[in-house]
Design a protein around this ligand. Sequence first.
Ligand SMILES: N[C@@H](CCC(=O)N[C@@H](CS)C(=O)NCC(=O)O)C(=O)O
Length: 260
Amino acid sequence: MSNDDYTPPKVWTWDKESGGHWAGVNRPIAGPTHEQTLPVGDQPIQLYSLGTPNGIKITVMLEELLAIGKTDAAYDLHRIDIGKGEQFGSGFVELNPNSKIPVILDQSKSPAQSVFESCAILFYLAEKHAALLPRDARDRTECLSWLFWQESSASFLGGGFGHFYKYAPYPMEYPINRYAMETKRQLDVLNRHLADREYMCASGYSIADIAIWPWYGRLALGEVYDAAEFLDTASYENVQRWAKLVQARQGVQAGLAAAR
Ligand SMILES: N[C@@H](CCC(=O)N[C@@H](CS)C(=O)NCC(=O)O)C(=O)O
């Protein structure tokens, strides 16, 4: 296998030996691969997750809520080993047909409410607790714009740049160039936006910061994909300042520790 000897076939078929870090678990079909009942604890929130950027969002959110006295945010964290394919267990797929962490089950509702997609979980928890999402319509709209920005942008960073820079079976110049360019453009979007504000939204710290920091904040600080030098993240000074400000929060530190 090399960079230049591939001609796409007429009809794509699944090459199980395609290599790369995730070749053993990635597949082109949905649905469960095996029976597996999920563990359930006593706390109101059951979180099925892992210490990845999307997983960290939720432990940070829950720890931030606990820090402001929202006792209903107490949670049991059940680790889902995505490297072993636990996201394809029947119990997990029942909660998230998309087979990706994180997922929550809110047992304080009757019947219990499941929520998947990390930003939907952040929004759900912010609504439930009336916290970390501004009430004012204008501020709220701004905050939701950045929340949705994160969700659509991170696939270029994670599935694009991170995949080809870190997980692909061998380095490929074209996709690395393509996704490094887009990642740097996104970092510049953030850098310009943060030039005249402390946090992502004018109203203050919010779920937009909680969604964006585990990806772009930690990338800037050299903690995602070991790519800080390659992407020259030090040059994004406003992102650096914001990333350190968010990182210093007690809830963020607690959320990181829990996710580890
Ligand atoms: N858009 C989803 C993405 C979730 C996602 O990609 N989760 C990854 C880990 S960060 C996963 O579970 N991967 C397992 C797989 O692809 O099989 C979200 O924000 O919740």
